[in-house]
Design a protein around this ligand. Structure first.
Ligand SMILES: [Zn+2]
Ligand SMILES: [Zn+2]
Length: 870
């Protein structure tokens, strides 16, 4: 069946269902029996009937909040199901009924038996009808789309109404026929269903014809109007309109009543460069530009709104249009805010201006009936929280109480909480608690905390549908005050996540203040955990765990918590969130958070967990912040040369036999991370101090036990820096890297770092294969402990590859001798040397190799082999 007719016949089905239920009741009455099964069946049928009547009685006077149609139809289906079950039971009973003992019972049973064959047909008919109704009802769970032009909105509504009235009148006729005689019930229903079907089919056919002919006309009309130069074929996509007909069953909490009303929404899927989207993209771009002045921005916003109005009026767009990815104009605007770097709580003036203007634009779109289709992630939530536009909050689905929180009405919030304390448990459609919505409103949070009572503690750790708690929103939005208020309540936050969210904050003052709060509260929790342990564990156990009295509980916290758990002791939730390792092992630390932790009394910057120190568990993602972090670690006692642990099976190579250093230093891993995050570009943001530090690291000559032709005597830090670049893109960044070296190192290359690189590139250019160390993709301590950090090749494989590349290695050696000599002789900057000497020379080498193959070809031909020229 056509999807439109499925939905449209929903109303018809309901009246058909009522009829059926009426038939069932009459059927049961006909027996004049008090038998409980029949009574129950009658009861179910009555329930089904009244349920369907309630749905049918639409009451337009009631304003109510919407609930899902599926839920209500589900109830209807359940009632149906119960009826079916009882029918089945009844059937079985009639067939198998045993003679009763008493005379009265026997005669009744005999009467039923005699009567059964006469009633069987009617019985079966009703059962199959009920089953059919059940099946059709299930089919109505689907909602549908039809392509049509926007002009068809009213057309479709009237068609829909017509369908509904046809269905209703058929239903009425059925109803009156049935009440006359019960024996006609079955045949009338059958006839009615057929009639209904054909009536639907006819009406739907007409609607479809209307829709398609109207669409053709509109499309022709539209493409005629289309600006010259624009491709006609795109018009098909732009004006592919979708009509969504939704039978929306609304349930009102206040009146406890149901109503159904058809909602029609028109939404088009348009390409991202369609007119309205272009206007919005352009507006966002202008606002993002640092050169935009306030006046520019204001005049831009005016013209933007005017353009949008024209576009909507001309039918070239619609406020609810979506692009291929399901984003509408409002989403586009809000994502624009994210790109600008909101949270902008304490942001600079430019951001404030953007926020104000975007608010204006959002309002403009809302006035034209645009809706925020959906909130798909917590970034959008942050924006919605920030813009503080009531219409956007509608998307969240707030209750009356939550709306007061959103509107920041302290007196209303307090009043409602005092009147009915249970409102504190209310949540939005997206599971936001009042605490989530009050982030950024310290006064409001205070009221909630004071009047919310014991409920607050449970709301503290409540997550919304995106898995984000109120505290996490506060951190992400950079709201230091809210963080402080919420942290005081001892929420169950893993500091690991707190640090992770913090690393995303662009505003330094906000980040500093929040990092301070988190570090201090972490220190306090650790002190409390230790006190709790001292109160519950023996002194000997504590001593054996290696806990020291004069130190803040750090790397041992995990063992202490485990010891408590072994004693079956319930650790207070807030200090139970402990991970293995020192706080400095967290992989998403920044120099700022590290400093705050140090200030709070944590000192274990160089502590080992199974040989892994904190500098070995870091992502180098953020550059140059990562350099700053490593510098901080070195300044605070971390050893960047600490050996990275090797797995047992990797300890087969005897480095001493090859005259190599025995350990793989952490520094190489650090350089690998700097290499991969910098992409060879010396950032403009880098300070002179950071540059000096990079120079120091690049010039470090510590080597490792790697046997690879890319190095002369084990890997060096410069080599690992280049190695950090994805080999697939290393040629893309090649010029950058040389420039980086040129800037970072002195011309003379006293340390040999530049020659290391030249060797590496020559090795690559000759097409040789690496056998040196690599790193696993894990950085989080737990994973590193499980999978290891170093990835080493099996010694047999190393030997095999080195044997294969033996001849190329000889050529590499010769070339390196030449490049070394020339580099020292010419004393050119690395960039110039690579460009003017190395490149032409390598080209020559490649040509020689090609000639060599021509030579080989001759020799092959000499021995009588005919080579196919094609
Ligand atoms: Zn290598
Ligand atoms: Zn290595």
């Amino acid at each position: 069946m056509d999807p439109l007719s499925i939905t449209a016949s929903g109303a018809g089905l309901i009246s058909l269902g009522i009829t059926l239920a009426g038939g069932l009741i009459n059927y049961s009455k006909a027996y004049q029996s008090r038998e409980s099964d029949l009574a129950r069946l009658t009861q179910h049928a009555k329930e089904l009937e009244s349920f369907l009547k309630v749905i049918e009685n639409r009451n337009d006077r009631l304003q109510s909040s919407s609930t899902d149609v599926i839920d209500s139809l589900q109830g209807c289906r359940d009632a149906c199901n119960a009826c079916l079950q009882d029918f089945k039971a009844l059937n079985t009973k009639y067939i198998n009924s045993q003679p009763s003992r008493g005379l009265k019972g026997r005669s009744r049973s005999l009467m039923l038996k005699l009567r059964y064959p006469f009633d069987k047909e009617q019985f079966d008919g009703l059962r199959s009808q009920l089953h059919e109704f059940y099946v059709e009802l299930s089919a109505h769970f689907q909602l549908i789309n039809l392509d049509v032009t926007q002009n068809l909105r009213s057309e479709a509504i009237s068609e829909f109404t017509r369908v509904v009235s046809v269905v209703d009148s058929v239903g009425d006729r059925l109803q009156s026929t049935i009440s006359n005689t019960e024996y006609v019930v079955v045949s009338t229903i059958r006839g009615g269903v057929d009639q209904l079907k054909s009536a639907f089919e006819q009406t739907i056919q007409t609607t479809e014809n209307n829709v398609s002919s109207r669409m053709d006309t509109s499309l022709r009309h539209v493409s005629d109007r289309f600006e010259t130069g624009q491709e006609k074929q795109t018009t098909d996509i732009i004006f592919e309109r979708r009509i969504t007909i939704i039978l929306e069953l609304q349930y009102s909490r206040l009146t406890r009543d149901f109503r159904i009303h058809p909602t029609l929404s028109i939404r088009a899927t348009v390409p991202r460069d369609s007119p309205a989207f272009k206007v919005i993209t352009q507006a966002s771009r202008t606002l993002r530009s640092a050169e935009t002045t306030q006046r520019d921005a204001e005049s831009m916003i005016q013209s933007c709104l005017t353009d949008l109005r024209h576009i909507f009026e001309d039918g070239k767009g619609w406020p609810a249009d979506v692009d291929e990815y399901g984003s509408n104009l409002l989403h586009k605007l809000l994502y624009g805010l994210i790109e600008m770097g909101v949270p902008i709580n304490e942001g600079n003036m430019h951001h404030h201006l953007c926020l104000r203007i975007l608010n204006h634009l959002v309002q403009g779109l809302l006035e034209k009936n645009a809706t925020l289709l959906d909130i798909t992630n917590d970034y959008l939530c942050q924006i919605v929280f920030y813009t503080r536009i009531a219409d956007l909050y509608e998307t969240l689905g707030c209750t009356e109480f939550l709306l007061h929180v959103v509107a920041r009405s302290k007196s209303d919030v307090a009043f409602m909480l005092r009147t009915d304390p249970s409102v504190i448990y209310e949540r939005t459609k997206r599971d936001h608690t009042p605490l989530h919505l009050a982030v950024g409103w310290p006064g409001g949070l205070q009221v909630l905390i004071e009047l919310g009572g014991s409920a607050i503690q449970s709301l503290l750790d409540a997550e919304d549908v995106f898995g984000t708690t109120a505290l996490e929103y506060a951190i992400k939005m950079g709201d230091a005050d809210s963080v402080k208020q919420l942290m005081q309540l001892d929420p169950e936050i893993e500091e690991y996540w707190a640090f992770y969210f913090l690393s995303g904050l662009s505003d330094r003052a906000q980040a500093e203040s929040i990092a301070h709060t988190i570090a201090q509260s972490l220190a306090l929790r650790r002190t409390k955990l230790l006190q709790f342990a001292k109160g519950n564990l023996s002194m000997r156990t504590i001593r054996n765990l290696g806990v020291r009295d004069d130190e803040l509980l750090d790397a041992k916290a995990f063992d202490v918590a485990n010891a408590l758990r072994q004693q079956k002791l319930q650790i207070p939730v807030a200090y139970d969130v402990v991970q293995p390792g020192s706080v400095y092992h967290h992989h998403s630390l920044t120099a700022l958070t590290a400093e705050k932790l140090f200030e709070a009394g944590f000192r274990l910057t160089n502590t080992e967990i199974s040989g892994y120190t904190p500098v070995m568990t870091k992502w180098g993602d953020e550059y140059p912040e990562f350099i700053e972090l490593i510098r901080w670690f070195e300044d605070h006692g971390a050893d960047v040369h600490a050996p990275i642990p090797t797995l047992l099976e990797d300890r087969r190579v005897n480095p001493n036999a090859n005259g190599l250093q025995p350990v793989y230093p952490a520094l190489h891993f650090i350089m690998h991370e700097i290499g991969s995050s910098s992409r060879g570009i010396l950032s403009r943001d880098i300070t002179q101090e950071q540059l000096r530090y990079i120079r120091k690291l690049l010039s470090d000559r510590t080597t490792d036990p790697c046997l690879c032709y890319c190095t002369a005597k084990g890997c060096t830090s410069a080599l690992k820096f280049i190695n950090g670049h994805d080999p697939l893109y290393s040629w893309l960044w090649y010029d950058n890297i040389i420039e980086f070296f040129g800037l970072a190192l002195s011309v003379g290359d006293e340390t040999g770092a530049v020659l290391d690189c030249i060797r590496f590139w020559t090795f690559n250019r000759l097409g040789m294969k690496h056998t040196c160390c690599e790193y696993s993709p894990h950085r989080e301590l737990g994973n590193v402990l499980e999978h290891g950090l170093l990835k080493l090749m099996h010694p047999d494989e190393v030997a095999e590859i080195r044997e294969e590349d033996r001849h190329l290695a000889k050529q590499l050696g010769d070339l390196m001798e030449e490049f070394g000599r020339k580099f020292r002789e010419l004393r050119w900057p690395p960039t110039q040397f690579m460009k003017e000497y190395w490149r032409p020379r390598m080209k020559e080498v490649e040509e020689e190799r090609n000639e060599l193959s021509v030579d080989e070809k001759h020799r092959i031909e000499e021995i009588g082999v005919v080579l196919d020229e094609s």
